[in-house]
Design a protein around this ligand. Structure first.
Ligand SMILES: Nc1ncnc2c1ncn2[C@@H]1O[C@H](COP(=O)(O)OP(=O)(O)OP(=O)(O)O)[C@@H](O)[C@H]1O
Ligand SMILES: [Mg+2]
Length: 433
């Protein structure tokens, strides 16, 4: 039923069109504000300002928003616009669900229209200098979840706008959704920050642990090697066998520690790359020579196809490490009597390096995990070689530090190709300087 003081809804068509246009304008303005980046409070103050200027509602320039604490069942004042007394600001900081008009809207989830604060028994809270006023009280909901309550002040017994409920409840829903998504974003940012901090702690720990373990381990490896070589006198075959085991284990651990130190250095940004323009082909040749004996042990042919390349900017230690890991992997995971092709060429303005093998290849599942830390995948070393699962993760980080790209192409049982690209742009930048 229409209230006695409700505006007459039988307005002429032109008036109705004007009203609707105004409604759409307000909705649009509110939606635009809610989509902008920035602090929640600042955003909601802008929304309140737009609402107090919405002619049809005839509200005063006085409004505010409470946020709901569903666990404690209280509303907490987040922001206001207009003049409120100090007493109001102090007493209304936190109100329980069910208390006064806003608390009641929080419980019912329904919008409340109140004609006069003095005659409306639901308006429980009184203040010293309170003057007669009316209210629109709008629950802010995201779906069924109560997020807060918005209140707008009017004159006492104002000419209530006939479509206020539809329009204010829609705006309440928009605000509710915006608050929820803003909270989620803040949550993600906070969690991300925490993860970064944890990662820093992990890297520091990793760095300290690996560094302090390296010296004693180095001694174990060196001394066991010396004993194997007979420095301490003759050894029985049994002693030799045990010493060989000590040497192998310490060698593996040294390798693991070096890798862990690399990861921690790269991740904490402490790696100091010394990039300079140089010949990638020369580095590739060096690495092939170094790994030739490993290939020969498995009767694997290491074929090379090199194209003339312009000088490229890179850190030779870092790129040697990547090339070496690609080549040793190909040897490690391939069966005997196969061939490996190491190739360099220019492609789409970049330098490309690749290693192709006739090994076991990679399943689609394995390909998703490649280049992540500690991934020792389905392919296992075919000649008892060691595997820590860190080589490719380090390679990816090093190539990215060179603004390059790294990847692998493979099908299960059909061999693999591991490749990286280094940009040539660096060339012009550096040669100019
Ligand atoms: N050429 C390849 N063919 C098939 N599988 C491969 C090949 N290269 C790598 N892989 C798979 O990817 C995994 C990760 O390789 P990665 O180089 O990171 O570690 P790793 O060689 O096992 O140990 P390391 O840390 O000593 O390099 C390997 O354990 C292997 O399962
Ligand atoms: Mg490896």
């Amino acid at each position: 039923m229409k209230k006695s003081n409700e505006k007459d809804s039988d307005t002429p068509v032109v008036e109705e069109i004007r009203q609707r246009t105004d409604e759409y304008r307000v909705l649009h303005e509110v939606a635009q504000i809610l989509h902008k980046a920035g602090g929640l409070q600042e955003m909601l103050i802008q929304v309140l300002t737009v609402l107090t200027r919405f002619q049809e509602l005839e509200v005063e320039n006085k409004a505010g928003i409470f946020l709901a604490d569903e666990q404690k069942k209280v509303l907490r004042l987040l922001c206001t616009i207009g003049d409120f007394t100090q007493e109001f600001m102090e007493k209304e900081q936190e109100i329980p669900y069910g208390n006064c008009l806003c608390g009641q809207a929080a419980v019912s989830g329904e919008m409340i229209i109140s004609n006069n604060c003095f005659s409306d028994s639901r308006h429980e809270n009184r203040f010293k200098d309170m003057t007669a006023h009316g209210h629109y009280i709008v629950p802010l909901k995201s779906g069924e979840q109560l997020v807060g309550v918005l209140f707008l002040y009017t004159d006492e017994n104002p000419p209530w706008y006939c479509r206020s409920k539809e329009i204010l409840m829609s705006i309440g829903g928009l605000i509710g959704d915006a608050i929820v998504s803003r909270r989620r974003e803040e949550d993600i940012i906070r969690k991300n920050q925490e993860l970064h901090e944890l990662n820093d702690v992990k890297n520091k720990f990793l760095g300290i642990a690996s560094h302090d373990l390296r010296n004693p381990l180095y001694m174990i490896r060196t001394f066991s090697e010396a004993l194997i070589e007979g420095v301490g006198g003759n050894t029985t075959p049994k002693q030799l066998d045990l010493l060989q085991k000590v040497f192998n284990a310490s060698n593996f651990m040294m390798n693991l520690l070096e890798n862990l130190l690399d990861v921690s250095k790269i991740e904490s940004g402490k790696i100091n790359l010394k990039k300079k323009l140089q010949d990638l082909n020369a580095l590739v040749k060096e690495q092939i020579e170094m790994n030739q004996h490993l290939a020969e042990r498995k009767n694997i042919i290491l074929a090379v196809q090199q194209t003339d390349l312009p000088a490229v900017s890179f850190d030779s230690g870092a790129i040697s490490q990547v090339i070496s890991n690609f080549i040793t992997n190909a040897i490690k995971f391939s069966p005997e009597n196969t061939a490996i092709t190491v190739k360099t060429n220019l492609e789409e303005g970049r330098t490309r390096f690749s290693v192709s093998d006739q090994g076991p290849g990679l399943s689609d599942e394995d390909q998703k995990l490649l280049f992540k830390e500690f991934q020792t995948l389905s392919a296992k070393p075919t000649g008892g070689e060691k595997s820590t699962g860190l080589g490719l993760a380090i390679a990816r980080k090093l190539i990215h530090l060179h603004d390059g790209e790294i990847g692998a192409k493979s099908k299960l049982n059909q061999g693999s190709e591991f490749y990286f690209y280094l940009p040539l742009e660096n060339l012009s930048a550096e040669s100019k300087s």
